[in-house]
Each structure stands twice: as structure tokens, then as C-alpha cells.
Ligand binder design. Structure first.
Ligand code: BEZ
Length: 208
């Protein structure tokens, strides 16, 4: 059965460009940005790997480890990383899983036969430190992912955990947030002493 939000991210042991890992041990107390790619030495994937490497400080600031995956070997990945570094003007320092026998891509439902029988689509899993899957996105092979959105949604998830809020459409760090309907006005007075703007009883905006 396909993985769903709130499920525990299945553990696995696998070879990566930084040696063998046990996924749950490797992720430790961090959030994880786990993302799959159709294949090494392909143009869109090269830009995505490069962008992830360029954003290393942004991911670290969010206590988030990046983990790539494609269905090629460690040897191929290592050769490709040299190209990524060269063409994207970066230094890629996160591990890439070598899922040559499709075990992990099948476990995470990354193979969509309508797109390809042999390559993973562009899946994204954001996994929290409790190993729960908090976000799933799937992009087709032809569309590179939006990394502003990936960072934005990690910010939104972390803020919603810390402050018991929800985030409105197109929310960005610093914008107003929503008091969830599950919090009564009575309880909200304690949780949000700064007050709120009540547009409707179910739509209350505040700053945190
Ligand atoms: C790419 O990463 O460039 C790519 C991979 C598969 C199909 C199309 C593009």
C-alpha cells in the first residue's frame, strides 16, 4: 500500500555515496528531505542535485538532512557528482542512495510505470525527527522541483509544530498565520496573548 502522511517512514539499509546507511540511524534527530531522481547524468536531475548542494546551509539551518536517490550504482553516482559540482558550481556533500535493485524506490512508491518502468519519478518526502512522513510530493520527469517551496514547507511544518498554528495560502516566514479551528477562543487567549484578527469565527489570523 502506498505511503501516507503520518506513516512512519520505512527504515532501510542501503549503499550510498557516503557508505552504507541505516536510514533511521542516519537521520537521527534531524528532519529529512528525501528525494528521488530518474537517472544519473540527466539534465534536470543535475540542476536539482546542484540546487540541493547550493542550499546546504539553508537545509542545515532547518535541522534538515538531504538524501537523494536514483536507481544507478554508487560508482555512477560518484562520477555524476563530479559533473554536478562542475556544471552547477557547487560541492555536493549529502549522500545519494544507489537503489540498483529498486528496493527503496518500490518501498517508497517512487516507480510510476506510466512514466517509466526502470526509473524513479521525482518524489519528495519530508520526514520529521520522529520518522513520521509529513509531506509527499510527486513531480513528473520533465519538471524540476521548486526548492523555494521545499524550504517554505519545511518552515511551515516546523512552525506549525512549535506554535500550534496553520499557514495560509502562499505563506512565507514572517507572514500572518492561522489559529486552527480546533483551538477555542478561550484557549486561544492563553496560547496567543498577542491577540488575533477574526475575519470569521473559523478564520482567525495572528502573528507569531
Ligand atoms: C532529466 O533529469 O533531465 C530527465 C530525466 C528523465 C526524463 C527527462 C528528463
Amino acid at each position: 500500500m502506498a505511503l501516507r502522511l503520518g506513516d512512519t517512514a520505512p527504515n532501510f539499509k542501503i549503499a550510498t555515496t557516503q557508505g552504507d546507511i541505516d536510514f533511521h540511524e542516519w537521520s537521527g534527530d534531524s528532519w529529512v528531505f528525501f528525494f528521488s531522481h530518474p537517472a544519473d547524468f540527466t539534465p534536470v536531475c543535475t540542476t536539482e542535485m546542484g540546487r540541493t548542494a547550493q542550499l546546504a546551509a539553508e537545509f542545515a539551518a532547518r535541522n534538515t538532512k538531504s538524501l537523494g536517490l536514483s536507481t544507478d550504482s554508487v560508482e555512477e553516482h560518484l562520477k555524476w557528482i563530479a559533473d554536478v559540482n562542475d556544471t552547477q558550481n557547487t560541492t555536493l556533500e549529502f549522500p545519494i542512495v544507489a537503489d540498483e535493485d529498486f528496493k527503496i524506490s518500490e518501498l517508497y512508491d517512487m516507480i510510476h510505470p506510466g512514466e517509466s518502468e526502470t526509473a524513479a519519478v521525482r518524489s519528495v518526502f519530508i520526514i520529521d525527527p520522529n520518522k513520521k512522513i509529513r509531506l509527499i510530493m510527486t513531480y513528473p520527469m520533465s519538471c524540476g522541483r521548486n526548492f523555494d517551496e521545499i524550504l517554505r514547507v519545511i518552515d511551515a511544518l516546523q512552525l506549525s509544530d512549535a506554535k500550534r498554528i496553520a499557514t495560509p495560502a502562499d505563506w512565507k516566514k514572517g507572514d500572518e498565520v492561522i489559529i486552527p479551528p480546533s483551538i477555542s477562543n478561550e484557549a486561544a487567549k492563553d496560547i496567543f496573548p498577542q491577540g488575533w484578527n477574526e475575519l470569521r469565527p473559523y478564520l482567525r489570523l495572528t502573528k507569531v
